[in-house]
Design a protein around this ligand. Structure first.
Ligand code: SF4
Length: 444
């Protein structure tokens, strides 16, 4: 295909999707395509979809519309989790020319010989069992930090989740490859790497295409810690039952791993955790939080929680609310339960009305604001390191400390992607933290 062709990408969903889009985009560029922004005119638009996003179908249709507004003759390709779960549904959307499943998404450039529009989207999908091989990826250039994929798929059977159906069995990158990718990223001047996957605590499983664990997540963490030139390593999200004491203690003494843990809880009620088929109960979660705070009192702990799961009575919801209110955690990501076909929860009794789901979600988001504020307050006066991002937001540049405190200072392009020692002073009206420089940069 000639080099003049322009390609643009749109990614929905998680850090893993962003790392995969970035790698696929590099494949296109290696084949001589020009990458343009999604709001620019392109010959090809690739949309990396998500099956967890609420209203995923509505979102997808509006993204398709915005691409066709740029170029009504453009060739539109859908990839990602939604494309694997419902290829026919996406292929039937007006303007979609091709839908690629989990085994084909990394081979997009092999499928675009003829860019003429198709009446009905052409589907190249697979049974998810065929997606049992691993393809590495990492994001670069789109943000200050790079998302490094280390693991894919999941063998757990949480009753509300479709991810195993969209991404297949748990499998991992070979340790040597992860280390090679991490070096490549740091050599490109990226200061922070975020380890990402579906169930990264299960790292090592299927590393050489078999069901065995060749390495453990702890061994991965130790190996990455030895790489020269990486300033920061952040663990994106890890299951509580897979976060070991040795990993926590290692992070506590590490110079590169940051004291920030994002640990899915999903419910503060053991009754619901059992219905969700989660692999732990509250006691394990308490224990993880306590172990982290003992080893790193200033650590940031983020929590995923689902509200409105079938069977969540007012009492059980309050159990979750009170549990989280007591817990020494820093912020919440609140997800409203939404029915997913082919999941066990889809058939469960005790459906919670949309109105009640909305009310409960609002309450937990309010609690998250309170938790984040008291965590930020606990950090005032502390001397920390900030990594500045790249955007000028209303005359300010933002950045995050190692323990995920968001700070800001007047915009200065020379601060982009730089690390500085700061002392946190106060929380401004937007809930963002202001600071004093420990050593004022010469250009400030
Ligand atoms: S651990 Fe559970 S919620 Fe997470 S991807 Fe696996 S099945 Fe889904």
């Amino acid at each position: 295909m000639s080099a003049q062709k322009k390609v643009a990408f749109y990614t929905l969903g998680c850090k893993l999707n962003f790392s995969e889009t970035s790698t696929i985009a590099r494949n296109f560029q290696n084949e001589g395509f020009d990458r343009v922004e999604f709001d620019e005119k392109a010959d090809i638009y690739v949309i990396n979809t998500c099956s967890v996003t609420d209203n995923a179908d509505k979102r997808f249709k509006s993204i398709v519309k915005s691409a066709l507004k740029q170029n009504e003759n453009a060739f539109l390709i859908a990839i990602g989790c939604y494309a694997q779960l419902k290829p026919e549904e996406l292929a039937a959307v007006d303007g979609v020319d091709m839908v690629l499943g989990a085994t084909e998404k990394f081979k997009v450039t092999d499928y675009i010989n003829d860019l003429s529009k198709n009446e009905m989207g052409e589907i190249h999908s697979c049974e998810i069992e065929e997606a049992d091989f691993y393809v590495g990826s990492y994001s670069i250039g789109d943000r200050t930090r790079a998302f490094l994929k280390v693991q894919d798929g999941c063998d757990y059977k949480c009753t509300y989740c479709t991810i195993p159906l969209a991404r297949g069995i748990s499998r991992s990158d070979e340790l040597e490859n992860v280390l090679k990718n991490a070096k490549e990223i740091s050599e490109k001047g990226i200061k922070e790497i975020v380890l990402t996957g579906v169930n990264i605590g299960d790292y090592g499983k299927g590393e050489f295409g078999n069901k065995k664990h060749e390495h453990t997540f702890f061994e991965l963490v130790k190996a990455l810690d030895t790489i020269e030139g990486i300033h920061r390593l952040r663990i994106s999200s890890i299951e509580p039952n897979l976060l070991t004491n040795e990993t926590i203690e290692f992070v506590a003494q590490s110079n590169s791993f940051v004291p920030h843990f994002h640990i899915p809880l999903q419910s503060g009620s053991d009754t619901l955790l059992k219905l969700m088929k989660r692999r732990y109960l509250r006691e394990t979660y308490n224990n993880r939080v306590a172990a982290i705070k003992k080893a790193m009192p200033n650590a940031c702990i983020g929590v995923d929680v689902i509200i409105g799961f079938p069977g969540e009575t007012d009492e059980l919801f309050l159990e979750t609310y009170n549990y989280l209110n007591e817990l020494d955690i820093s912020y919440l990501h609140v997800f409203t339960y939404s029915e997913r076909p082919n999941t066990e929860a889809f058939e469960m009794d005790g459906v919670v009305s949309k109105k009640v789901r909305t009310k409960r979600s609002k309450m937990l988001r309010g609690l998250s604001v309170k938790k984040r504020r008291s965590f930020y307050e606990s950090q005032l006066g502390n001397q920390l390191t900030v990594l500045f991002e790249s955007e000028n937001k209303e005359g300010f540049i933002h950045g995050f400390t190692e323990n995920y405190v968001k700070v800001k200072t007047p915009w200065n392009p020379e601060l982009v992607n730089t690390l500085h020692q700061i002392k946190l002073t106060e929380i401004d009206e937007d809930g963002i933290v202001r600071f004093d420089w420990v050593k004022v940069p010469t250009f400030v």
